[in-house]
Design a protein around this ligand. Structure first.
Ligand code: MG
Length: 243
């Protein structure tokens, strides 16, 4: 996969990213081995900002496109994607963070791959840690649950069975750009999925688009975004610590 990616980046410098079909950045091997694990519910520590807590209050969030109120479904402490309502983003912006998020895939046995329980957690609104039902359904490995989308697959597949909760504990280190807008230190991410280490200080090569190669336009602080990919994926107990 590394060699293929190297080739891709080489040809990517010759072609514009738009010339690449989506499949050019989808890899199927090696398949991360499955590990059985359960969501770890960690209450927010005292210095955390609670992004989603009691009664799924969405005061920390707005609609990602227009900045209007969140139209997702609230039930108890759970917030569920309302397909078609669009992504949501935090009002606050962040750089380096520790993020805890719990998510649950909807019951969609008739769907497969990228169409089953797809959502995502984006840092700076542009680097996606994938949310997907990857326990009972396969897809390209760098697009399965907990992958850095279209970049790195997880070390192992710790996804809960469909309908059970998952937890992500993510330590995100932002990229640093120089005055010319060049990356002088890439972004790094460490992720525990259901308490299992699945990215260990993994380099992020740039943005995580469906089509094309990672891009590296300079940016400052950015929001956390939760994706609407057309599936009623649920979230609860989201908190963040600025590092
Ligand atoms: Mg996604």
């Amino acid at each position: 996969q590394k060699i293929l990616l190297g080739l891709l980046f080489f040809t990517g410098s010759l072609l514009s990213a738009q010339d690449l079909p989506p499949e050019a950045t989808e890899f199927y091997e090696p398949v991360p081995p499955k590990v059985q694990a359960k969501a770890v519910t960690t209450p927010p520590p005292s210095d955390a900002i609670v992004l989603l807590g009691k009664d799924a209050d969405t005061k920390e969030w707005v609609s990602s496109s227009g900045g209007g109120p969140v139209e997702w479904t609230r039930e108890g402490d759970v917030l569920t994607v309302k397909p078609g309502a669009g992504a949501i983003r935090t009002r606050r912006t962040f750089n380096d963070v520790q993020l805890h998020v719990e998510w649950r895939s909807p019951n969609e046995p008739d769907k497969e791959g990228q169409k089953r329980g797809n959502s995502g957690v984006f840092f700076h609104g542009r680097y996606e840690v994938q949310v997907l039902e990857s326990n009972g359904s396969d897809t390209y490995t760098n697009g399965q649950a907990a992958s850095i989308y279209k970049e790195n697959p997880p070390l192992v597949n710790a996804t809960s069975v469909m309908g059970d909760w998952n937890s992500y504990d993510i330590i995100f280190t932002s990229p640093i750009f120089n005055d010319d807008g060049m990356v002088v230190r890439p972004a790094y991410v460490t992720v525990l999925h259901n308490g299992v280490l699945i990215h260990n200080h993994t380099e992020i090569r740039g943005t995580t688009p469906y089509i094309g190669l990672p891009q590296n336009a300079a940016h400052g602080k950015g929001p956390i975004i939760l994706q609407d990919h057309g599936n009623p994926t649920s979230f609860r107990n989201i908190w963040i610590r600025e590092l």
